[in-house]
Design a protein around this ligand. Structure first.
Ligand code: PMP
Length: 442
């Protein structure tokens, strides 16, 4: 076992002043996690002197790895001249012009600080534009922690209703019950289910919001024809199509998921990889919608919106990603796909049934005999508790991954990192095999 005595002492101390010892429920865990004191490239360093190869990457944002020189330098230089003007500055325009060039749906943009916030702007705008109230969201998709969207993210099956027409389930104590009436919950990747709700409720539906690649439950790509079908139905019935690209934005390419998949939504939200760990989010949308914000019919505000640090970080991050025609993405896809294939091959060699699903820069690993996970309900059939134990054992080997199965790659990861990872995974799987709990191949 790695020595984590200093982390342990800090963990005990943190619980005495910080609710649950953490600042986000997403980080809450019965297990102590290491306390970090430094991060660089693909590595994290804890207070006990342990090093970890990091596939968590701040839950996705650190696409250039930790502490990338060009981003840090840009931010340092920019904030020497001021941090927050409550007024306009040129970096705002430079970034907005870049986003217009890169994002297919970005006729106009607006900034906030977090994903949760900017999703609210998208929903309000869709309601104002259509004069309708209801929002369609999908089981397993996450759109932030606010009342009207923290619904049916990972609902317990005994409350979730039938697969084809799920019950909206609130995820937190204290959520207003009225929000459940505003939302229609559907299984994702099921065009028939979407079509039948649209034919019944089209006059009430303001928007459909989705992660275009489902990154908060497994890593699920849209089935062939699904997004095309949803896009067409939305256009036919005047429903605003919102892509929540907080994870996929600038992770799947400079054009994000909409560019990668070739489907343009009416509105899209961005955050995470857009600014490599600095808090900034963005709403990008078609002109006729965004004009409602421009004309001030729709309110969107925020003291910290487009602060100097955020704009400098986003501009520098995107400039790095754009270098040599976006060559960084070739690296991310190649390296990620290599890791996915080699994990698969390793499992095969050891006779274990795993499922590696996704694309190079973001993928999901699960212990299951299923050939594919297509929605939330099939994700539930994966052995999540065993996977969580696997990630704890992997941490002991110096590799940090998310307990929910997602792996993120950065441009700082190398071929040597992949080799190191495979050795660590093999050591862990060999030990788990001795306990007879890993699913054997069919
Ligand atoms: N939408 C998606 C798709 C997300 O993954 C997240 C965060 N993981 C959010 C919205 C909320 O973003 P934030 O945590 O920055 O509020």
């Amino acid at each position: 076992m790695k020595d984590r005595s200093r982390s342990q002492a800090l963990w005990e101390r943190s619980k005495r002043s910080l609710a649950g010892g953490v600042s986000s429920n997403v980080r809450a865990s019965a297990q102590m996690s290491p306390f970090f004191e430094r991060a660089e490239g693909s590595r994290l360093f804890d207070v006990d002197g342990n090093t970890y190869l990091d596939y968590v990457l701040g839950q996705g944002p650190m696409i250039l790895g930790h502490t990338p020189e060009p981003v840090i330098q840009s931010v340092q230089q920019a904030i020497q001249r001021g941090q927050l003007y409550a007024g306009q500055h040129e970096l705002e325009i430079l970034l907005s012009e870049k986003l217009q060039q890169l994002i297919p749906c970005a006729d106009l943009v607006r900034y906030s600080n977090s994903g949760s916030e900017i999703v609210q702007a998208a929903i309000r705008l869709a309601r104002a534009y259509t004069g309708r109230e209801k929002i369609v969201k999908f089981e397993g998709h996450y759109h932030g922690w606010f009342d009207n969207v923290l619904i049916s993210v990972h609902p317990p099956l005994n409350l979730a209703g039938p697969r084809d027409c799920p019950q909206p389930v609130a995820a937190s104590a204290g959520q207003a019950t009225s929000v459940l009436d505003e939302v229609i919950v559907l299984p994702w990747n099921d065009l028939e289910a979407f079509g039948s709700v649209v034919s019944e409720h089209s006059e009430e539906i303001a928007a459909v919001i989705m992660e275009p690649v489902m990154g908060n439950t497994s890593c699920i790509l849209p089935q062939s024809g699904y997004l095309e079908g949803v896009r067409e139905l939305c256009s036919q019935h005047g429903i605003v199509l919102i892509f929540d690209e907080i994870i996929t934005g600038f992770r799947l390419g400079l054009g994000s998921a909409q560019g990668y998949l070739g489907i343009t939504p009416d509105l899209a939200t961005f955050g995470k990889a857009m600014a490599n760990g600095f808090p900034v989010s963005c709403l990008a949308g078609k002109r006729d919608l965004m004009e409602l914000i421009a004309s001030q019919q729709v309110n969107h505000a925020g003291t910290y919106n487009s602060n100097v640090m955020a704009m400098a970080a986003a501009f520098a991050t995107l400039s790095e990603l754009e270098r040599n025609n976006g060559e960084a993405y070739n690296r991310l896809f190649t390296l990620g796909e290599q890791l996915m294939n080699r994990l698969d091959a390793l499992a095969h060699k050891l006779g274990i049934s795993i499922l590696v699903q996704g694309v190079g820069p973001m993928f999901h690993l699960a212990f299951t005999r299923q050939e594919a996970v297509l929605d939330y309900r099939s994700y539930l059939e994966c052995d999540q508790e065993l996977y969580r134990q696997f990630t704890e054992m992997l941490l002991e080997e110096g590799v940090r991954t998310l307990a929910r199965g997602m792996w993120y790659l950065s441009t700082a990861h190398t071929l040597e990192d992949i080799e190191f990872t495979l050795r660590a995974v093999e050591a862990t799987w060999v030990r788990l095999l001795e306990t007879n709990r890993l699913p054997a191949q069919k």
